[in-house]
Design a protein around this ligand. Structure first.
Ligand code: PEP
Length: 250
């Protein structure tokens, strides 16, 4: 079965006001959107429910993070159970900003992924190398080790609810997009790793999306690569050009 193209918008800690949020919703609701593409936007948790209410039904929402417990004394955290109970279908886990700024290890990301899946959420699982790691020829090693932690925590059937986002750290928010050849090579390596570490079926069916300075200008070329199944978009998801990225395959 062909893999459905997937475009996620990671709003990060934006927009700064409700007014900006309303104009983003208007752009998304008024646009002509490729019905063959799955579209998910991830606002700050405060805006998850209002956004879910005001967006057209074809556009889903995702949390940007969750904790690995169902409930308890974990000030500032949100549980997978709470997100699922609120009707939020997706959560982003392992984003490089969480790994770097908030010191999340691959083991914690694996625990969160397991808890999210057990809580009936679908996971956008982010992996990627730094520039130093790429220049040292360690891209595949780094990505495989981030994935291996998750593989060890999951059952084969869990993978049907995971989208992997390959996001090289050097491309996130920098304006330095990976070339389509670099993205294809990294995605093909991830697919080879899944084949070996999980199963050929999971390797074939798992969507692997690219993130890192995707714009309207570069999305079409990236989308032509056979192992690029969509995008996770940061900065450009807050702009009208997000619609062009959603429609990259059209
Ligand atoms: C991201 O934060 O996931 C991301 C890809 O950001 P940007 O598109 O701004 O590089």
């Amino acid at each position: 079965m062909p893999r459905q193209f997937f475009v996620g918008g990671n709003f990060k800690m934006n927009p700064a006001s409700l007014e900006q949020k309303r104009s983003l919703v208007k752009v998304l609701n008024d646009a002509e959107i490729d019905s063959a593409t799955e579209v998910v936007v991830a606002p700050p948790s405060l805006y998850l429910l209002p956004l879910k209410e005001s967006l057209r039904k074809e556009i889903q929402v995702a949390a940007q993070n969750c904790y690995c417990k169902v409930s308890g004394a974990f000030t500032g955290e949100i549980s997978p159970a709470q997100l699922a109970d609120a009707g939020v279908p997706y959560v982003i886990l392992g984003h490089s900003e969480r790994r770097t700024l908030f010191h999340e290890t691959s083991e914690l990301v694996a625990l969160k992924t397991k808890a999210a899946l057990e809580g009936h959420l679908k996971v956008i699982l982010c992996v990627g190398e730094t520039l130093e790691e790429r220049e040292a020829g360690k891209t595949a090693d780094v990505v495989n080790s981030q994935l291996r932690a998750v593989v060890s925590a999951l059952k084969e059937s869990d993978w049907s609810n995971i989208v992997i986002a390959y996001e090289p750290v050097w491309a996130i928010g920098t304006g330095k997009v990976a070339t389509s050849a670099q993205a294809q090579e990294a995605h093909a390596d991830i697919r080879a790793f899944l084949k070996e570490a999980v199963s050929p079926a999971v390797s074939e069916s798992t969507r692997i999306i690219y993130g890192g300075s995707v714009t309207a200008a570069n999305c079409k070329e990236l989308s032509t690569r056979p192992d690029v199944d969509g995008f996770l978009v940061g900065g450009a998801s807050l702009k009208p050009e997000f619609i062009d990225i959603i429609n990259a395959k059209k």
